[in-house]
Design a protein around this ligand. Sequence first.
Ligand SMILES: *Cc1c(COP(=O)(O)O)cnc(C)c1O
Length: 391
Amino acid sequence: MNVFSFLEDEMNLLKDLGTYRDLVPLESCQGPVVKINGKEYVQLSSNNYLGLTSHKRLINATIEATKIYGAGTGSVRTIAGTLEMHNDLEKQLAKFKKTEDALVFQSGFTTNQGVLSAILTDKDVVISDELNHASIIDGIRLTKATKKVYKHVDMKDLETQLKQCDNYRVRLIVTDGVFSMDGNIAPLPEIVKLAEKYNSIVMVDDAHASGVLGDCGRGSVNHFKLEGKVHIQVGTLSKAIGVFGGYIASDSILINFLKHRGRPFLFSTSHPPGVTAACSEAINVLLEEPEHMERLWKNTYYFKNSLKQLGFNISNSKTPITPIMIGEDHLTHKISDELFSNGVFAQGITYPTVRKGTARIRTIVTAQHTKEHLEKALYAFEKVGLLFKII
Ligand SMILES: *Cc1c(COP(=O)(O)O)cnc(C)c1O
């Protein structure tokens, strides 16, 4: 008897809808061009904004730290798994984010889960943008706080909701800094204004803004010069930073609290030395090698303008994340497949990752793409766009 037949039914439904996808194994490192099944493809689906995953300085830092401190740490940090370099990276991140302190978690995902579940109780209310990342949604699910959702970047709706939140100990507004599937930037100045008016805490998840926005990639809070007014900054070390992990940058009091109550911090093993050393070197690279961010933005403007000129609907993204809006799930995957046949790896994003009817091909150019890579991709987009009559 197949005990999982109930899941098979669900998977068959996905296959009928044309949204069933197999994983695509890469046979090369994560670069501007990747090898799949022996062939090379222009990679437009990674979060490797600055190309740091394969930066020599990061690789060397990983090797050196691994040789000296080993492949793993063998413990959670509160018991026997904190190395000096773990603490040093946090000091470095706090300085980078211009906050009192910082705390690293195993991933961006666990950071949101750990922070939200630790600080909110049934006396509190959390008010969340409807397009926030799954890890924020799951973090909220783990709390007993009252949950409210405001319409995407809709400040009128946020205020309406805040007006109904008088009787709580804490009002926490949480938003992505850059929205991961749309590439638009959260209206942080307006959010901060409302937070001040209604005495609320502001938490920003800068997974797609760190290394992309602000001075040397300090993120959306720095981009809007709102340091000190956004109370909690979450970041990932897995995207533009090029390695793995997540962190929160905030006041010492919250960081210390999380060292006692942040469950992923307390119950999951700390990062291997090679990961921590590479993250630390990545921050050095951000500060010392501005050319990566410059190339990222040059490529971003070129790619966006070219797609627009070809007649694609690229929504209102303001960052290197450029969604090519298609609408229907099945068609989106067909277009992605056709791009693939033309040497371009650009994944379709469909329900439930985005709302029904808003399926898209999501692209991210990186600092490492050359003009030739992008021209090849644009040529494929034009060909496929005409074929499917979407331009
Ligand atoms: C990717 C992402 C995360 C998760 O970060 P990981 O380090 O990959 O776990 C969290 N929040 C947002 C907005 C993201 O895009």
